[in-house]
Design a protein around this ligand. Structure first.
Ligand SMILES: NC(=O)c1ccc[n+]([C@@H]2O[C@H](COP(=O)([O-])OP(=O)(O)OC[C@H]3O[C@@H](n4cnc5c(N)ncnc54)[C@H](O)[C@@H]3O)[C@@H](O)[C@H]2O)c1
Length: 419
């Protein structure tokens, strides 16, 4: 028996891809190293916010199964790798999952198969890391025996307007024929495809997109720090500048940059640049600014309490929203971690409220989850809004009279201080 598609890595990227493929009538199997992920999906449970349980039920009804058994790879026409590309303990790119997954595929690769890498990585990964593993492990040749494509994922968790279906997708092949196979595959369920000149251009385009956000966020963060020093209202500055109908893209300052992509991907670019003897000055400067923001929030929190005759030590500080972006449950790289860590180190009694996040712990220390919100607000000496989930009624929250530090600049009122 053969299947159209095996998705390797069923996380925030792989599961929506498998779901979109199933909806388009592509027979799909998911392969993951996690027993928990596989068992959950086969039981109809979703572990990814953007894929509701009903969508998993539809996938299962369409014949989708998840497995930890790599034997399924030998039956696939197309294999897409959606495995993590994080950082090592030293902050360097960690391609171990990509290497492991490519090795697993290589051992079962059949002639004629299309292999796609979707994981974000630095230019050269497809040609210099994945290709040799596949060729050596299978004895087959790219462009002659099988096809190899890089196609970066552009998923935006929580975005209801743009999904995989209507977000243009970049396709690149190791050879023009590889790219053609990529176009034929993704054309089944993505409206608009953009073919890049080669795989390195596609890899670089993905890093540019995320570095662009990272650098621009750093710029407004630094503007916010400067405005704070000068007593200028940064939110009004941003409002005014944002009225320019051309040549200005608005970005918002905040408590830091979180998520699996924006703070991580520039590190891939910096590292690749370093190995080529090139220094990416904008990226290292942006990192220095973005990494200052959590401490700035803590300083503002301490100053706010001091104005009320209190110290951080012993004060009850409630963090509202610990996810890295609004309306998602994902806390990866969230600035809530360094903020909570620093507050705890200064003796604050930290708790959190987040309708999306069940548990939040810092360095193995569980932070108390407060619920319901009115009681949590009533118990706090200081409330720090870190994430403006859409369910938060900021008028109601600011009307409680509790000292509120709003790092998102969305609230108003006498007891509110903006970042
Ligand atoms: N999350 C996003 O919003 C997003 C957006 C664009 C690109 N990306 C990129 O997509 C890639 C995947 O990210 P994610 O957020 O889906 O990660 P994730 O951690 O949510 O999911 C990865 C899955 O891969 C599995 N896995 C790990 N090693 C494996 C292996 N060797 N074989 C099979 N399965 C394996 C894990 O168990 C996990 O279920 C990363 O390169 C990331 O940078 C992520």
């Amino acid at each position: 028996m053969s299947v159209d598609l095996v998705v390797v890595g069923l996380g925030y990227v792989g599961l929506p891809l498998a779901s979109a493929a199933c909806s388009a009538g592509v027979t799909t199997v998911g392969l993951d190293v996690s027993d928990e992920v596989v068992a959950g999906l086969n039981a109809g449970r979703s572990h990814v916010g953007d894929v509701p349980e009903a969508a998993v039920a539809e996938m299962v009804a369409a014949g989708f199964t998840a497995t930890t058994d790599p034997a399924v790879l030998a039956t696939a026409d197309t294999v897409v790798l959606c495995v993590p590309t994080g950082l090592s303990a030293s902050g360097d790119p960690d391609l171990s999952a990509v290497r492991a997954a490519a090795g697993t595929v290589a051992a079962r690769l059949r002639a004629g198969t299309l292999v796609v890498l979707e994981s974000t990585s630095h230019p050269g990964t497809t040609e210099e890391v994945v290709r040799p593993i596949l060729e050596r492990g299978s004895g087959l040749r790219v462009g002659e025996d099988f096809h190899l494509v890089y196609s970066p994922e552009r998923i935006d968790p929580g975005n209801e307007r743009f999904s995989m279906h209507n977000t243009p997708k970049i396709i690149s092949g190791c050879t023009p024929l590889c790219a053609k196979y990529g176009v034929a595959f993704y054309g089944r369920f993505v409206e608009s495809l953009v073919v890049s000149r080669g795989t390195r251009e596609a890899e670089m385009a993905k890093l540019l997109e995320n570095s662009y956000r990272y650098v621009n966020i750093a710029l407004v963060n630094e503007v916010a720090l400067f405005c704070d020093r000068m007593g200028i209202d940064v939110w009004d500055v941003l409002h005014c500048a944002g009225t320019k109908p051309f040549g200005f893209a608005p970005f918002q300052p905040g408590p830091g940059v979180g998520g699996h992509c924006i703070p991580i991907d520039p590190r891939y670019l910096e590292s690749k640049a370093r190995s080529a003897g090139f220094t990416f000055d904008t990226l290292s400067a942006a990192r220095a600014v973005n990494e200052r923001m959590p401490s700035h929030v803590v300083l503002r929190a301490a100053a706010l309490l001091a104005e009320r005759g209190a110290a951080l030590a012993g004060s009850r500080v409630l963090l509202l929203g610990v996810a890295y972006k609004p309306d998602v449950a994902d806390t990866r790289e969230s600035p809530a971690y360094p903020i909570a860590r620093e507050l705890l180190a200064r003796g604050a009694r930290v708790s959190f409220h987040d309708p999306e996040v069940a548990e939040f712990e810092v360095d193995g220390r569980p932070i108390r989850k407060e619920h319901p919100l009115p009681e949590a607000l009533a118990d706090a000496d200081l409330v720090v809004l870190l994430q403006d989930h859409s369910c938060y009624d900021l008028v109601e929250i600011s009307s409680t009279g509790r000292a509120l530090l709003d790092t998102r600049g969305k609230s108003a009122g006498g007891s509110v201080t903006l970042l």
